[in-house]
Design a protein around this ligand. Structure first.
Ligand SMILES: [Ca+2]
Ligand SMILES: [Ca+2]
Ligand SMILES: [Ca+2]
Ligand SMILES: [Ca+2]
Length: 346
């Protein structure tokens, strides 16, 4: 296969990246288990809504279609936002130990700030969400220790759903035996969202990577298992296995070409650098970007649409210098925002 060359400068260093990956996509039957639907799916809402399926940019707090620079400062429980339209603001939410997240839970097209208070022992955790539509703060009991927050619109009603991925190691059956990994989704469009959608999907060691891979406007459950991305397509319920990546890679998801379908991608640490391997669609070339640093002081990787063109791009946040580095075809755009100890979102 042909492989594209890209030269990307990060800091003082420039790197030429040439590599090849084998590609194979195979549809297989859903061997990871069927959904246990416990409630019907009717929509009840009063808030202003974006049309179901219409995409929003990640962490777009001010709703102009462009991702904003968002960091969470755990020491003070404060989000600091540098909005592409509305400028800078600080929002206090949460307490020490909380994990920040964002999603458009009220469906108004603007990202809502949220914090997850992890469960402890057998105690249930909680999600505290600040609605962008009315500023109202809501707290829901949800999740156990070890759960991974994965908010997304899994029922396709135009609102992101509170959801977690529970790794297999933390999910035990009634007899104490290890079971599959399990997804728990509080569907915003259900008549009673507290009747959870529970889907066993994944095995021990899998890393969650949900996204809308089939482009139907609804998030698909997905996990990265060593060299394969397993995707449970929302469009037909089938599970697709896509060969991509290798052991120790970290799954990432981008819509690099802006077609509404997420690309399968992995992040690899190579010689102290972050290397992004983005799977091609059709006969296109694989895209390999060297962008970001993987050694101390580590940079946090993220994906957003920071120029609002409908296509997502990689970015990294460097807490030590309080700077965002946003990928561009000819290098990087650098923005000063944040400080040491901050966590960047999404
Ligand atoms: Ca919102
Ligand atoms: Ca939803
Ligand atoms: Ca989908
Ligand atoms: Ca973009």
């Amino acid at each position: 296969m042909r492989v594209q060359r890209r030269v990307v400068a990060v800091g003082a260093a420039a790197a030429v990246v040439i590599a090849s990956l084998t590609v194979a996509a195979t549809a297989v039957s859903d061997r990871a288990g069927e959904a246990q639907r416990t409630a019907g799916s009717t929509t009840t809402t009063t808030a202003p809504r974006r049309p179901p399926g219409e995409r929003t940019a990640p962490a777009d707090v001010d709703g102009d279609g462009t991702s904003d620079l968002v960091v969470y400062r755990p020491a003070t429980g404060t989000f600091w936002i540098d909005g592409s339209r509305d400028g800078q603001q600080a929002v206090v939410l949460g307490q020490p130990g909380d994990v920040p997240t964002v999603g458009d839970f009220d469906g108004d097209g603007r990202a809502d700030l949220a914090v997850v208070t992890p469960g402890v022992g057998t105690g249930t955790g909680s999600w505290t969400i600040r609605s962008s539509a009315d500023g109202k703060v809501t707290t829901l009991a949800f999740g156990l220790e070890g759960d991974v927050p994965e908010p997304a619109d899994y029922d396709g009603d135009g609102r992101d759903d509170v959801a977690v991925f529970r790794p297999a190691s933390a999910a035990e059956g009634e007899g104490g035996e290890t079971t599959s990994a399990t997804w728990f989704v509080r569907r915003s469009g259900a008549a009673d969202p507290s009747e959870l959608l529970v889907v066993p999907f994944g095995v021990a060691g899998d890393q969650p990577a949900p996204a809308d891979y089939d482009g139907d406007g609804t998030a698909d459950l997905a996990v990265q298992r060593v060299d394969t991305r397993w995707i449970r397509r929302s469009s037909d319920g089938e599970t697709e296995a896509v060969s991509w990546g290798q052991a120790w890679d970290q799954p990432v998801v981008l819509d690099l070409d802006g077609d509404g379908r997420a690309e399968v991608a992995v992040l690899r640490r190579v010689d102290g650098a972050l290397r992004w391997y983005i799977r091609p669609e059709g006969d296109d070339d694989a895209t390999i970007l060297e962008f970001g640093r993987a050694l101390e002081p580590d940079q946090q990787h993220l994906v957003g649409d920071f120029d609002g063109d409908g296509r997502s791009e990689p970015a990294v946040f460097e807490p030590a210098t309080g700077s965002f580095w946003i990928w561009q075809p000819d290098g990087a755009r650098v923005e000063s925002w944040g400080e040491p100890g901050d966590v960047a979102l999404p």
